[in-house]
Write a protein that binds this ligand. Sequence first.
Ligand SMILES: [Zn+2]
Length: 399
Amino acid sequence: MTAPDLATTGPPLRLHDTRRGRIEEFTAAHTVRMYVCGITPYDAGHLGHAFTYSAFDVLERLLRARGHRVHHCRNVTDVDDDIVRTAAERGVSVADLAARETAVFERDMDALGIRRPGSEPRATEVIDAIITAVHGLIRRGHAYTLLDRRVYLDVASVAAPAFGSLVALSEQDRLERFADNGGDPDAPGKRHPLDVLLWQPPAGTPGEPAWASPWGPGRPGWHIECSVMAVEELGATIDVHGGGSDLRFPHHEIEILQSELLTQQGPFARFWLHTGMAGLDGQKMSKSKGNLVGVGELLAERPAGAVRRYLLSQHYRDDWSFDPQGVAAADEGFRTWTDAAFEPGRDLRLEATFHAALADDLDTPSAIEVLDELADAGAGESLIELLPLLGVQRSPRQG
Ligand SMILES: [Zn+2]
């Protein structure tokens, strides 16, 4: 008896789309175009990053197992306010800081068995395309230039409400979140407080990079970078757009607005998937709070498969809090899998239950329970078959 072919007889894949606010069947052409917002390389990878990228890694693995080709694009925001400021504080160049932090991040993701995306564009590699995009927005009346050479997206220039497609917020909440995420609601000369900076002249920070443009030397704003990289790499309509739930507003709603204005097509993304926030002691894990748990620290103590099991033991959409006891339990559970993988048994009924769990909006906690049952049953062949779908490497990390 052979296992069913997931590509032809697997259960329908259902995913939660943030925009529609519900779980729906996901269908796509042979190639699935997926864009996931990447890191700003100024702090090394922490567990929040690992959580988000391991969830999208599982999605990519599942889509591939279902017979799709996946064009997965994850950008690197290698120029923005945070990285310029951090480089100046440390007395290093922006390029060196970005290269070093990107290397740390890639080392951690590789160790966790997270597949490298098919394309990883850097913002600094697409400056010409960004300038063309900004120019097009100005020409079509959706952006304006101030005397000091700042260029803003004119959010009131669109007929439909500019924001509110991914998360319902009051205007006051929008203004606060905009300011908290590098926005400048009170900057002089703006037509609307939520107008988005597309291009800015150097602020005078030492070492700040600048590129020539029709508006003078400067650099792009954060949000236009992602719009341009997504459209350049994947086209006007992408199948899956992902990122942390903290990016819904302003980043993703601005991305939608800009991208649809640029391409004059919609929807920009067919499915929006958002991952929950990692926390520590009741607070969101973030650089600004100084409460990051590093991936490298955890990998020094535990095998990668155990860390991977720990991350996937929370559903991707849930907010969660780091718990060292949970990691210890995940390590024990992981070791039962690696031990049982030497047993010759197979259980097709449980394998089908596993596939049904993953197809149900990537229910990895339930999928992990099924793997535990398979380990109890000595179904080693099933474990060898299924563990790669979760990106769990069986052998403990060497060295
Ligand atoms: Zn982005």
